[in-house]
Design a protein around this ligand. Sequence first.
Ligand code: HEC
Length: 159
Amino acid sequence: MNTRSIFIIVMAAGLPAACSHPNGNGSETSPAGKTVLSAAALKDAQTRVDFRQHVKPVLETKCVMCHNRKTLPGRMSLENKKLAMARGATGIPIVPGHPEQSLLLTNIKSAHAHVNVMPPVGERITKDELAVLTKWIKDGAQWPEGRAGRLDPDWKPGE
Ligand code: HEC
């Protein structure tokens, strides 16, 4: 699948949802939804990052709809711990304890700079969210087993 067909699929899936954000005030804000991080949660995360409270909401609302095996076959998938910590063609997405070696963080800007698909769905990652992900990886990237550790590639705002 080429980038163009991904773009079309993502547009078709994401636009109706994007248009119904109750607080549609720009790309730096989070969409509505029960898993979205509040300002208080972000502040809380500066001392203690929790996967379910702070990390999963970011990855699920902003990354996993594209970074899954179905949408981007052979590319970085963040659907579960095993995939997110396995070596892919370009490196390892998440290396616990080493944000500077984690593809997720090191390649995010360069990877998306030449992709026209950003940001038709979800919203761009904010500086605060990036800080949360960095701290979480630095602290060992604790990722629970089982259902709590599975991210939903079909997540939609408001569900
Ligand atoms: C709208 C779809 C889409 C969303 C949402 C998205 N990405 Fe991507 N991302 C892509 C595509 C397509 C590529 C492949 C770019 C290329 O190399 O041509 C990519 C590549 C990457 C890469 C490089 C992977 C590699 O193998 O080098 C990283 C890292 C990355 N994305 C991180 C993220 C993070 C973190 C988020 C969430 C904040 C995110 N992306 C959200 C579409 C998306």
